[in-house]
Design a binder for this molecule. Structure first.
Ligand SMILES: Cc1cc2nc3c(=O)[nH]c(=O)nc-3n(C[C@H](O)[C@H](O)[C@H](O)COP(=O)(O)OP(=O)(O)OC[C@H]3O[C@@H](n4cnc5c(N)ncnc54)[C@H](O)[C@@H]3O)c2cc1C
Length: 504
């Protein structure tokens, strides 16, 4: 099967947008290297003609304030940085041409997926490239899907479902861009299949030199590895071939409730060791008892025919509480993997969720210390640490499923699992609120240092102040390798400046 599916904004809508922008004098024609400013139609008409003209593009570069404002923050609403221009590429070649153009003028560049990282990751003072305009699903088949980097996982889920297929690893919220999650890792409750970056056959990447290259495990492997989980430092993913597997028709989701951390860990480890589940995560909730937090265990198994539905007495056998204490629900597969999207759609409408401040905290912990860490941290947290629209979660990930060198996980402690612990804090009202931000960043730093002392690493999607020594410690033995690849693929240090990884 090889079917082209246009998931992008309609062409006529895009044309109308471009015409409106031209009328407003917003479209950029070139760059004046002497004055170090972009030249718009209005300036060119006023006689400014000594400038480096933009290359011919299928898409458009904008410099109007509204467009630049729309990409000047991210879901964290903590950092603000307005780019001087915004590219909405019409093709992969546009990205390559504009990177070469920016290289000539030493303009920093950041690809932006959905801007859902929370600490300025996708911000730049230079050129912001909105990957959402590259959103075509080119083909879908049992051997995988060929997709533009701006495609949302949700779009791929819906398209693949028509062929009975699904991406093997899905983030909880699926309105994230494929290029964005492949740049950070892509952690899921599908614990046995590793992270999303383990399920990529090849990538088309524009390097910091503006060269468009295809890379894979066997071809230009250094670039492939540098980009998967590489936080956009070594290249911009423009297209990918990602894996697909057969999707089950239904999922049965079992829930048990715990008020004791050791009991929860005991049952979780027993379930993971049996390897009979497809999905697992813990959701923490406040309760007015010792420790202040309870946990809902979520364990799920996919199945096709009603007769094959898994039985609680089998799945939840020999745990610390009887299987009869569990509740369960059967959900069609696509509804199951997109169920969190509806929650956020509701939050966006009801709580102005997009404008709330989100100082998220995310660490990966080794099995040998995770239980003690959670036991120590939970009693220090109050409901305000999470917020009405926040979540506190834990996801196990099978260690052997992770091979990419720049997705940094805790040192091997001889156990099978590591755990992602997330405090997805949301403020109660939209910002600005500098006092809240300061308090939360201090909290995150303290919790991170405790985690690092316990052998943990940062999952870099959240809000955490990091200096050069922190980045070096994060990458450990791989730090000099990462630096070398940065030097090789982005020699002028133009790409993804938001986190300041290579600032020193
Ligand atoms: C509600 C919500 C739920 C989430 N759930 C999960 C989850 O379950 N699991 C999980 O792992 N994460 C989760 N995240 C975090 C999410 O994975 C990251 O925010 C991810 O990077 C989002 O993709 P994005 O398209 O918004 O990327 P952005 O935030 O736009 O970009 C992230 C980084 O990647 C770079 N980048 C973006 N696109 C490209 C590209 N094409 N090529 C190279 N670099 C690029 C950017 O410059 C930036 O540095 C969640 C976030 C939110 C807001």
């Amino acid at each position: 099967m090889n079917k082209a599916i246009e998931a992008s904004v309609g062409g006529s809508m895009r044309r109308r947008h471009v015409l409106a922008a031209i009328a407003a004098g917003a479209v950029v024609l070139g760059f004046d290297p002497l004055r170090k400013t972009w030249v718009r139609a209005a300036e060119a008409a006023g006689g400014c003609d000594a400038f480096d003209h933009l290359p011919d593009l299928d898409g458009t570069v904008y410099q109007d304030v509204a467009t630049r404002d729309s990409v000047s923050t991210d879901q964290g609403n903590i950092k603000q940085l307005q780019p001087v221009a915004v590219l909405r590429p019409g093709s992969a070649e546009d990205v390559a041409k504009m990177v070469r153009f920016c290289k000539r003028h030493r303009i920093q560049i950041a690809a932006r997926g959905q801007g859902h990282t929370t600490f300025g990751h996708s911000l730049t003072p230079g050129l912001s490239i909105e990957m959402a305009s590259l959103s075509t699903i080119h083909s879908i088949g049992p051997d995988g899907a060929e997709v533009d980097a701006g495609v949302l996982w949700q779009d791929l889920i819906f398209a693949a479902a028509e062929a009975g297929l699904t991406p093997p690893v899905l983030t909880g919220y699926t309105k994230l861009s494929i290029g964005g999650t492949l740049s950070v890792g892509g952690v899921s409750s599908t614990f046995g299949r590793g992270v999303q970056i383990e399920h990529v056959e090849w990538l088309d990447v524009v390097t910091g030199s503006g060269v468009l290259l295809r890379c894979s495990e066997t071809h230009r492997r250094r670039l492939f590895e540098a980009v998967l989980g590489g936080l956009g430092q070594c290249g911009i993913i423009v297209r990918a071939k990602v894996g697909l597997v057969q999707a089950p028709a239904f999922v049965r989701l079992f829930n048990l409730v715990y008020f004791d951390n050791a009991q929860l860990f005991g049952d979780m480890r027993a379930l993971l060791a049996r390897d009979e589940l497809d999905d697992y995560f813990n959701l923490y909730f406040p309760y007015p008892g010792p420790g202040g937090w309870g946990a809902q265990l979520n364990a799920a198994i996919g199945y096709d025919a009603p007769a094959d539905a898994p039985d609680a007495s089998v799945v939840l056998r020999d745990l610390s509480q009887p299987a009869s204490a569990a509740t369960f629900v059967d959900i069609p597969y696509v509804a199951y993997v997109t169920r969190i999207d509806g929650v956020y759609d509701f939050y966006k409408v009801t709580y102005a969720w997009d404008s709330l401040i989100k100082p998220w905290f995310d660490v990966l912990l080794p099995d040998s210390t995770a239980e003690g860490y959670i036991a120590e941290v939970l009693p220090t947290l109050t409901p305000a640490d999470v917020g009405t629209t926040g979540f506190m979660l834990m996801f196990p990930i099978r260690r052997s499923g992770i091979t990419r060198p720049f997705f940094r996980i805790p040192e091997d402690d001889g156990t099978d699992f590591i755990y992602l612990f997330d405090i997805l804090t949301s403020s109660e009202t939209p910002g600005p609120n500098p006092a809240f931000v300061e308090l939360m960043l201090e909290r995150n730093r303290a919790l991170f240092e405790l985690a690092r002392d316990a052998g943990g690493t940062r999952y870099p999607i959240g809000a955490l102040e990091f200096d050069a020594a922190d980045w070096a410690a994060q990458y450990g033995d791989s730090w000099s390798d990462f630096r070398q690849r940065k030097q090789q693929y982005d020699p002028h240090d133009l790409l993804a400046p938001g986190l300041g990884i290579f600032d020193c």
